[in-house]
Design a protein around this ligand. Structure first.
Ligand SMILES: [Zn+2]
Length: 497
């Protein structure tokens, strides 16, 4: 049972309720919209609904079917009045029956919100004093919430001003992933006043998501993330057109989803999606702001703004997506909640700066932040010569020092290190000791070491930089190379200690 109906006669709620009865339903949520005797200070006598039946039927049916897909297991019935309705009569009746109340509440709410936005039904109010007026149902949010007042504190910033606010309102942003990063970033972007925002995620809210994923409550467990996020974001800022898409971003739909956007935020935790977003965005000329978090630390990179900053393939040279995914995907990994939220905010900040026309630090640098020791680093990125995707262009310094054969890339496996003699040193960025395979090389404890000292140590002899997850070691090795040290590598992802 998922149906939308138009009725010229008064709506009988008891009979509709009976149609939704089913043994598996533990909850029925009913919304009734009533014709009331007042609107914005004027006494109302009756309402009149003008409907083009075919159009309204098609759109109404689409809305209830979408709700049934978004909230699996829900039965949804909706009846909307047409013609003249007197004060006290029902204008619209929505019932959602589900196994559990959370899905029933959410489905019911989602249907009324979508009806208000999309249903081609025009409402005319007839007043007691005489006369009548059409009502714009799509603009019926609280009139006390004014757009200029909403953004007043932000537009007062001298770097921002009303011009940047206009640019934000014209922006169309895609947020891929509605986990911790996506919740924080989408919330900040919606609050900042982007014009349109789509959030896409195939997942359901899980209990272990709740500490980090600020758009969800305990009662949302089991509901689709994208649909739940959409409702929450819409309530946050009524001036933003929000769309929640329950589904995965994949090769078959990436172009259609990304085309026409101002920018894309990658808030996923999978290398395969990360490269897909990067490559399609690059092809379509849509910039990408990426964030990744592991444990207590994370990074933010923006691609597609500055060619000299290189591309994602420059950042992970010579590694296939499969190889990276095998070691680097952080689904279900241990993570510090505030680090995720904070990185999402950094990501949103870069997106807002990009849209507003301010400088974007992560366009040519990897922004790295650790919440374990409050380290922050902005490490220069550069296009790698011979990059198969962006073609490189920059020059990697080569001081003629010892380097293993055929290893111009940034990463080095421990096996390759073994074949390079004993003159190497291993720069250990972790506080913890390394495993035995590093024992025959000089290991330098570089945890918390100031940059100048780190640079001095690394300039002595060929250096392999090692950390727990490969994020900081790659960033540090890249920065050391950028500062002219050619014989520096980061431990290859498959060898993380
Ligand atoms: Zn490249």
């Amino acid at each position: 049972m998922t149906a939308f109906e138009l009725s010229a006669a008064p709506i009988d709620s008891a009979s509709l309720r009976a149609r939704l009865a089913r043994p598996g339903a533990g909850a029925l949520t009913v919304f009734e919209g009533w014709v009331r005797n007042e609107h914005r200070g004027r006494a109302v006598r009756r309402l009149e609904y003008e409907v083009f039946p075919e159009m309204a039927q098609t759109e109404g049916q689409a809305i209830v079917e979408e709700a049934a897909v978004r909230f699996p297991g829900c039965a949804v019935l909706c009846v909307h009045r047409s013609g003249v309705a007197e004060v006290g009569e029902l204008a619209v009746w929505i019932g959602a029956a589900a196994g559990h109340r959370a899905a029933a509440f959410a489905a019911c709410r989602s249907v009324i919100e979508e009806l208000k936005r999309r249903l081609p039904v025009w409402k005319k109010e007839h007043f007691v004093e005489g006369g009548s007026e059409w009502v714009d149902c799509t603009q019926e949010h609280n009139p006390a919430v004014r757009r200029d007042e909403y953004h007043a504190r932000q537009t007062r910033l001298p770097e921002f001003g009303p011009e940047a606010q206009v640019r934000l309102a014209a922006a169309n942003v895609l947020v891929v992933g509605a986990g911790g990063l996506g919740c924080a970033a989408a919330d900040a972007l919606v609050a900042a006043g982007v014009g349109r925002l789509t959030v896409i995620d195939p997942g359901l809210v899980e209990v272990s998501n709740l500490p980090r994923q600020s758009l969800y409550s305990a009662e949302d467990v089991g509901l689709a993330k994208a649909a739940t996020a959409e409702a929450r974001l819409r309530a946050r800022n009524p001036f933003v057109a929000i769309e929640g898409v329950v589904g995965a971003l994949q090769e078959s739909n990436a172009r259609a989803r990304i085309a026409g956007r101002t920018l894309v935020l990658d808030c996923t935790d999978q290398f395969a999606v990360r490269f897909l977003l990067h490559d399609v965005g690059r092809e379509l000329g849509v910039p990408l702001v990426q964030a990744a978090v592991i444990g207590w630390e994370g990074t933010v990179n923006t691609f597609g703004l500055a060619p000299e900053g290189g591309c994602l393939h420059c950042l992970w040279p010579g590694r296939s997506v499969g190889e990276l995914a095998a070691v680097g995907d952080c689904q279900g990994g241990a993570v510090f909640g505030p680090a995720v939220n904070a990185l999402g905010l950094v990501q949103a900040t870069e997106a807002i700066r990009l849209i507003a026309g301010l400088s974007v630090a992560s366009a040519t640098q990897t922004l790295f932040v650790s919440w374990l020791d409050y380290t922050t680093l902005a490490v220069s990125r550069s296009a790698q010569p011979g990059c198969p995707v962006c073609g490189g262009g920059a020059c990697v310094p080569d001081g003629g020092v010892l380097r293993p054969a055929d290893r111009a890339g940034l990463f080095l496996a421990t096996a390759e290190l073994e074949g390079c003699g004993g003159e190497w040193q291993v720069l250990n960025l972790e506080g913890a000791p390394l495993s035995a395979e590093f024992a025959r090389h000089a290991v330098v404890d570089a945890a918390g070491m100031p940059w100048a000292e780190l640079r001095a140590v690394a300039s002595r002899r060929p250096t392999l930089v090692v950390c727990a997850h490969g994020v900081r070691s790659a960033a540090v090795a890249r920065e050391l190379r950028a500062e002219g040290l050619a014989a520096v590598w980061a431990l290859a992802p498959e060898n993380f200690p």
